[in-house]
Write a protein that binds this ligand. Structure first.
Ligand SMILES: [Cu+2]
Length: 227
């Protein structure tokens, strides 16, 4: 269902979607069961003539089972969810594969700055390509991003990648992604950062290697001569 709403375009997007599906499948039956019983019991034990109210403490062994058995089942299901979530969290946030290139993402009120490594493939050199609100990458390559904030808390959110990372002033946070399909997609700040938060959007361009090379060629020389 998530796939049909927001196309998955990174190598780990499917894993995140699977977690959402798992949560839905585990939680939804309990929701309907609990709500269904609630309304049924309200109807079944509604006010009736000459039937006195009964005081139930919940401590009677046969009633306690109604509390402990569902609790035990939910704890087991929770452990499944926690194990699945830790696995995906580790894959996305901790276990960074070797990068093809690194880009720098700079958040500020209320725009995104992107520093691309340029023709030499290295950041912090003369030929870096810096532009606002456009991130250009190649399809099928692992990228590291270095996320920074110039002022307040922001969040680098790329829905098609299922990627969300807070940007903290004073820190450089490294993460990774690998795009699986070419296209143009949205980037949005996902942390309330002031009055312009809603317009703090950018575009992600995923190119074929040839397109990417052409983009680098057309932007790098201008950039070098402008310095
Ligand atoms: Cu924001």
């Amino acid at each position: 269902m998530i796939q049909s709403l927001i196309e998955p375009v990174s190598t780990y997007a499917g894993e995140v979607d699977f977690l959402f599906l798992l949560i839905t499948v585990i939680v939804m039956p309990w929701f309907f069961l609990a709500e269904g019983m609630f309304f049924w019991l309200m109807w079944r034990f509604r006010y009736q003539e000459d039937q006195p109210a009964m005081y139930v403490t919940g401590n009677e062994p046969e009633l306690k089972r109604w509390i402990t058995v569902p609790h035990a089942m939910i704890i087991v299901l929770d452990l499944v969810l926690i194990a699945g979530a830790i696995r995906v969290w580790y894959m996305i946030k901790q276990d960074l594969p070797e990068p093809h290139e690194t880009v720098r993402v700079i958040a500020q009120q209320w725009a995104w700055g992107f520093v691309h490594p340029g023709p030499d493939g290295l950041l912090d050199t003369e030929d870096d390509i810096e532009i606002a609100d456009e991130l250009h990458v190649q399809v099928g390559e692992v990228y590291h991003y270095q996320l920074e904030s110039r002022d307040v808390l922001h969040n680098f959110s790329v829905p098609v990648f299922r990627l969300k990372q807070d940007a903290l002033p004073g820190r450089r946070i490294t993460g990774w992604f690998e795009a699986t399909k070419t296209g143009v997609h949205d980037i949005q700040c996902a942390e309330m950062c002031g009055i312009g938060h809603g317009i703090m959007a950018a575009r992600l361009f995923i190119h074929t290697p040839e397109e990417y090379q052409a983009w680098v060629d057309s932007h790098a020389p201008q950039q070098a001569s402008a310095r």
